[in-house]
Design a protein around this ligand. Sequence first.
Ligand code: KG4
Ligand code: ZN
Length: 337
Amino acid sequence: MLVLGLETSCDDTAAAVLHDGKELLSNIINDQTSVHSKYGGIVPELAGRSHIDQIHKVILQSLKSAKVELREIDLIAVTVGPGLIGSLLVGMNAAKGIAYGLGIPLIGVNHLEGHLLAIFLQNKIEFPFISLVVSGGHTDIYRVNNFGQYKILGRTRDDAAGESFDKVAKMLGQKYPGGPIIEKMAKDGNPEAHKFPRAYLEKGSLDFSFSGLKTSVKTYINKRQTYKQGDLTDNDIAAGFQDAVVEVLCKKIIMACEKEGLTRVVVTGGVAANGSLRKAVESVCERSGFKSWFPAPVLCTDNAAMIACAGYHKFNSTPELKADLLNLDASASLVID
Ligand code: KG4
Ligand code: ZN
């Protein structure tokens, strides 16, 4: 089965062709960094316009790169939420047009389910497992029981981890997206130079909170500017901040495993591309006798391969979905459970 996946939930216009749920034939991503970077974050109206401009080019490129004709596609999988509504509608309507024109089924995919299942593009993991989805919009811990069977165990109560990376980068005068920049700066900084606060919340909680950490970094930077107090370099701040985020994520992963009695861990979403996080999770899991997996960095950040993969599994495990596919609607605040 050939699946064409489309993803336009935020600031990446992406299309991918997937064969039989695992053989990735193409994975094209047009990121809008140059459109948004000068604003220090994503401008929704500009994101939607850029998707309109790019979507057909990206689809054609994904077919060409996969050496597949459009008429050979068997199923279209498209992100229908959560995300920016104007952006979601571009991908969804492109998908509807193609599915209607070819007379083939169309399946709507939750963006988070895409992140959760991205790991199956390269790995075979036994259910159940713990999955941390850590991105610009979400920091959620799930128990994944099977395809389509997810139990949320914890989520952020304020900022997502990726959002805090982006905000701290902005405070340090850096561009969007801040995650990869902070990671690079942290390599030249000393994480021990200043211990920024870690929020663990009430005992046993698997929820997260990153806004206190963000405020603490802001306070430090302000003091440094206004009163010339504190001697941390920007790189030390980046390293200290990253260390705080990584430590909290690692501790909550181990807590989730212990609470659920599971030993398999997947970390996914844009922040899972971070080398320090990957290393730290691997090491804490090893110490506890657990095993960890991460999608390749390019499959951690937003992409359409993960949507094609989730669509493939959803389509094959839920036959009743095949009927009313053109009635799909997008939802900015779609939930998963
Ligand atoms: O999954 P994603 O591409 O989009 C959302 O669904 O949000 O994640 C984007 C987020 C951004 O906040 C970006 O700064 C962060 O992931 N990110 C990183 C790294 N690469 C991307 N954060 C830390 N280290 C990285 N290497
Ligand atoms: Zn995402």
